[in-house]
Design a protein around this ligand. Structure first.
Ligand SMILES: [Zn+2]
Length: 68
């Protein structure tokens, strides 16, 4: 049993430095599907979106662009 919201909750606990909401543009390299998500940037430049995988089950091959 895996809680799907675990990564989002972890992000909330990791707000150490100036953070903010940013827009993330994610494009799947396998099927070309595009996702526009709102993410939360933490103080280390990591952006948490809660995005897990594409519709085609691709989990790691993405072009990710921060629109902020
Ligand atoms: Zn895909």
């Amino acid at each position: 049993m895996r809680p799907e919201s675990a990564t989002l909750q972890e992000a909330d606990n990791e707000v150490l430095a100036p953070s903010g909401r940013v827009k993330i543009h994610i494009r799947c390299r396998k099927c070309g599907e595009v996702f526009i998500l709102r993410g939360l940037r933490d103080g280390r430049g990591h952006v948490e979106t809660g995005f897990r995988r594409c519709l085609c089950d691709n989990e790691r091959e993405f072009d990710i662009e921060t629109l902020s």
